[in-house]
Design a protein around this ligand. Structure first.
Ligand SMILES: [Fe+2]
Length: 221
């Protein structure tokens, strides 16, 4: 049963990866989950949540989501463990404008910033085609894809050529591996998000969701 009492249909096209599989090495880009997001209901009707934080390293260093403002010290520590300081990040992507995903943008004033469909370098905002459905290629291996629905302006980051194939860092396009009973309640536009989710499941081998462990996509052929 789901939290709303509905029967949860089994998810046949996905399988969770283990708690420890947070690193996806690749050539030329590797993907590492720095923090696994979560979302837990509390007995008083509130819920605790934080967004997944993901680092992509290769020819460029890319951070996808920054966690909530309370993650500031944690994020700097995790970057330090990777031998990085905030100034080393070339591109910061905020998958959407919720506070548990973009709480630490101010650590990266020198990075190219893509937050939803906005792209800026410092106070210079750059025209782009995300709002018209056009991907933005960082290079031939990494691409920012418009994947709206959870909000009006969600993006995901597609990384090709990892050891597990194509990885999609998806923000809240997917809450977690088994979110069939929850994602629609959190969606601004479920019909639009349904299309974005289907496209993701058709093209990604591993999806890193906004509030849970990475999962593998199972395709019939
Ligand atoms: Fe969100």
């Amino acid at each position: 049963m789901g939290s709303n009492g509905a029967v949860v249909s089994p998810v046949r096209d996905r399988t969770p990866l283990s708690q420890t599989q947070l690193d996806f090495p690749g050539q030329p880009y590797s993907v590492c989950v720095l923090k696994v997001g979560y979302c837990q209901s509390e007995s008083n009707g509130t819920f605790k949540a934080d967004g997944t934080i993901t680092l992509i390293t290769g020819p460029k260093t890319i951070l996808v989501d920054t966690g909530g403002p309370w993650d500031r010290d944690f994020l700097q520590m995790k970057l330090q463990e990777k031998g990085l300081v905030p100034g080393d990040i070339d591109v910061v992507v905020g998958t959407h404008g919720h506070s548990d995903h973009i709480g630490n943008l101010s650590l990266f004033p020198g990075a190219v910033m893509i937050v939803g469909f906005d792209m800026n370098e410092g106070d210079t905002y750059c025209p782009n085609g995300l709002a018209e459905g056009q991907p933005y290629s960082v290079d031939e291996h990494v691409c920012v894809l418009p994947t709206p629905g959870h909000t009006g302006q969600d993006v995901s980051v597609q990384v090709k050529g990892t050891s597990v194939g194509t990885v999609l860092v998806a923000g809240d396009l997917f809450e977690c591996c088994s979110d069939e009973d929850s994602w629609q309640n959190l969606s601004l536009n479920p019909a639009v998000q349904k299309v974005s989710r289907r496209q993701a499941l058709e093209t990604a081998d591993v999806i890193i969701p906004g509030h849970g462990l990475p999962f593998r996509v199972i395709r019939d052929c």
